[in-house]
Design a protein around this ligand. Sequence first.
Ligand SMILES: Cc1cc2nc3c(=O)[nH]c(=O)nc-3n(C[C@H](O)[C@H](O)[C@H](O)COP(=O)(O)OP(=O)(O)OC[C@H]3O[C@@H](n4cnc5c(N)ncnc54)[C@H](O)[C@@H]3O)c2cc1C
Length: 454
Amino acid sequence: MNQHYDVIAIGAGSGGLSVVEKAAAYGKKAAVVEMNDDLGGTCVNRGCVPKKVMWYAAELAHAQVHARDYGFDLTPGKVDWTKLVMKRENLIDGINDWYRDDFLAKAGIDLIYGQARFLDAHTLEVRGERYTADHIVIATGSRPLVFKDIPGAELGITSDGFFELEEQPQKVAVVGGGYIALELAGVLNALGSDTHLLHQGFPVLIGFDAMIQQGLRKQMEADGITFHDNDKIASIEKQNNGQLTVHYQSGETLENLDQLIWAIGRVPNTDDLGLNTIGLQPAKNGLIDVNEYQETSVAGVYAIGDIINKRGVQLTPVAIAAGRRLSDRLFGGMQGRKVDYNLIPTVMFTHPPIGTIGLSEEAAREQYGDEVKVYQTDFNSMYYSFVKHKVKTYMKLIVVGKDEKIVGCHAMGKGVDEMMQGFAVALKMGATKQDFDDTIAIHPVSAEEMVTMK
Ligand SMILES: Cc1cc2nc3c(=O)[nH]c(=O)nc-3n(C[C@H](O)[C@H](O)[C@H](O)COP(=O)(O)OP(=O)(O)OC[C@H]3O[C@@H](n4cnc5c(N)ncnc54)[C@H](O)[C@@H]3O)c2cc1C
């Protein structure tokens, strides 16, 4: 006999778990289908969580050097990579267990193991069994992209492979210029790997404010990362000793690499869901078009998280918010409840971290022309006063119109990762430059510069 549910989510990641959690809280019968043994999706297993552990370790590597400059009698040591990875994986195992034993079981949400495929708009097949639901939410996330047409591409790993590394590569190439490439390169470099960043021609972090693009590049180079610009990879070859050589189209080579990491983008997991059987045609990039209520073109079928066809919203809190709001609307009687995709704050865990909300200066000028005014500062945070390893802090506010409404807020520097959430609330509430000026500064912290910019 078929199992019938009010809602089934495909994918037990950030989005899928959130939609069923809320549905169950409203007393609805909910199930989530997951094809991996581990629950929590990309963020928990191959994304935010393991990445942040590695970032903390990398920050500690820098802090040891800084501590010496503060007068501590210590010799900075190398990390025991195996120990670090073991501890990180123990943390993740604990989260996986919690999702299964507490989160799902206690809420009475059914977990269906296996790969889901649509039979019709209200029926899924998982390992030969049929499951039906009034509402089906696609939350299948994405996977790393690899350049398949480059000979030897398979010799490289992806961000997934990075989190499986049991040994630290001594010499490593990271290919890509987006946030994942830069974060991984930053971690490896700080932990002592000879790190090379390979990207093609454009500035790093496309779409970000130029202050951030340039400031980060400068800092990464100062910290020892070697950038290889403008040269296309022709092939990758394994040397006799097992190390890798990158051959560029120019004839140049980069040799003796222990690892090459592809971080060149992600592809949505929408290709094997049987979407054609329900008449749902993803866009050319494989992403699914949804309206403001996460509804696809097929009644009763929704899409949330990394698979939706919107630029720059592939983030865990966005997937979670979309899942929760969808259940609020479908089961909680909150008509019109939806995600506002404007002013999504985000942090990049580079060294130093970057925080950003709203429009870059370039995008603001395109949208508002001469109405745009920019407030900008850069300074050395007090922390670095007598530390030899100098790391600058940069801040920028982009305002428009006579009332100087803030449409963009960007920062890079120590502590900005924890600083931006509060500023995001202010921007969401429509803060003006005058509101910032009227706010008494906290002293001495870097954040005070945000409310004292001239
Ligand atoms: C290296 C890295 C670092 C990141 N860092 C951050 C960060 O710091 N902050 C942040 O906000 N975001 C970060 N992200 C992005 C974040 O992880 C994603 O935006 C988020 O996980 C998307 O959630 P989701 O629910 O759409 O998909 P996912 O969390 O990927 O979940 C999808 C789930 O669906 C399952 N699935 C797929 N197809 C099927 C099927 N047919 N049947 C059953 N199950 C299926 C998958 O196994 C997976 O478990 C990072 C991503 C990466 C790769």
